[in-house]
Write a protein that binds this ligand. Sequence first.
Ligand SMILES: [Zn+2]
Length: 67
Amino acid sequence: MSIEAHRSWKGRKPKTYPAGRTCAFEQCEIVLSTYNKKKFCFNHAPKTYPRVRGYITLPINDDGGDK
Ligand SMILES: [Zn+2]
């Protein structure tokens, strides 16, 4: 038993962002959460696509010189 355990959280502040930020979208006045690291509100957040592991979209194109 010691007080040492209390030190574990010290120096680890939760990351917050300045309050009162608004959505970066033009004419949008939705205030973002201080925990929201994005620039846009929920409605204007750019769509993200789920990452598919191991899926490569590069076209397989060996230069066969067929053309
Ligand atoms: Zn917005």
